[in-house]
Ligand binder design. Structure first.
Ligand SMILES: [Zn+2]
Length: 289
């Protein structure tokens, strides 16, 4: 299943690594009263909030970029023992036609950059694979882009102890010489910027694409549910700082609406992961492409 959009020279494809068990809306958004969901029942599935773990693939004639790497192969005991499928799905998206396939080169070798919006477990899971306890990159020709503020926060001793996914999927990148720590607004590659959008985590960043006169944003966890387009003050319970999270969301949704950006939100449902932010009277809503 793939959601697609073209932004100038880039083809953007959303692939879903895995679908974790659904939860009650109040488990994900503890500060939103149950009745406030009434107008947004169509963003729920049988009254439950279903997240999808989507990853965005950006391909131009000379570059391939992944935004985040999903939850990883698993099975994941803390997510209903579900397994991830990203590596295979990305390989399908990037594979050349059968008759030109060189068996020595994996499609994943085409990836030039892996950009991390942030360092939560469901966004770094396919960075590395392990054999005999030794890590090796799944995207061995890629540079892994990580924000300074998230790197510092999650590698601080206490936090690192509680974050096995950082120990396994982030820490070894440095010794493998694959990581690049970036600060503030940073151009990763021509037409592709990371821009700080803190709140969900201290160093959460979005990816802005500007190509051929068209603009797009990969929103990361600025957005968890479609209702947040209309209700930007709604914050996930796991947000590090809710006030800052809401301010980042408001600021970027405003720009997305005014400048007509294509927006990709990996946690939205398949078929609705890529869309536009459209104003109707006093409120905004989501219009899938
Ligand atoms: Zn997430």
């Amino acid at each position: 299943m793939a959601d697609k959009a073209t932004i100038g020279d880039f083809e953007m494809t959303a692939v879903i690594d895995m679908v974790p068990p659904s939860r009650a809306p109040s488990a994900m958004f503890p500060e939103v009263p149950e009745s406030a969901w009434d107008p947004y029942q169509d963003t729920l599935e049988d009254g439950q909030l279903q997240l999808y773990y989507g990853v965005l693939v950006l391909v131009s004639s000379d570059r391939t970029i992944l935004v985040d790497t999903g939850m990883g192969p698993g099975p994941h005991p803390d997510r209903g023992n579900v397994t991830g499928n990203l590596y295979e799905l990305v390989s399908d998206v990037l594979a050349p036609p059968d008759n030109t396939r060189n068996t020595n080169v994996s499609p994943s070798d085409q990836v030039n950059f892996v950009i991390h919006t942030h360092l939560h477990a469901d966004h770094v899971g396919w960075n590395l694979r392990y054999s005999g306890g030794m890590p090796a990159p799944n995207f061995r020709r890629a540079r892994y882009i990580i924000s300074r503020d998230d790197y510092d926060y999650y590698t601080e001793e206490k936090m690192l102890e509680q974050s096995p996914h950082v120990q396994r999927q982030v820490i070894p990148l440095r010794r493998l010489r694959l990581q690049q720590i970036v600060e503030g607004e940073h151009e990763v590659s021509e037409g592709v910027m990371v821009v700080p959008a803190p709140g969900h985590t201290p160093g959460h960043q979005v990816v802005l694409i500007n190509s051929g006169g068209q603009k797009a944003m990969v929103a990361g966890d600025l957005l968890h549910n479609i209702a947040q387009i209309s209700e930007p003050t709604w914050c996930a319970g796991v947000d590090w700082n809710k006030e800052i999270s809401a301010a980042s969301r408001e600021r970027l949704l405003d720009l997305a609406e005014k400048e007509g950006w294509v927006v990709a939100a990996g946690h939205f449902p398949p078929g609705k992961q890529i869309g536009k932010v459209v104003r109707e009277g006093n409120t905004r809503h989501w219009e899938p492409l």
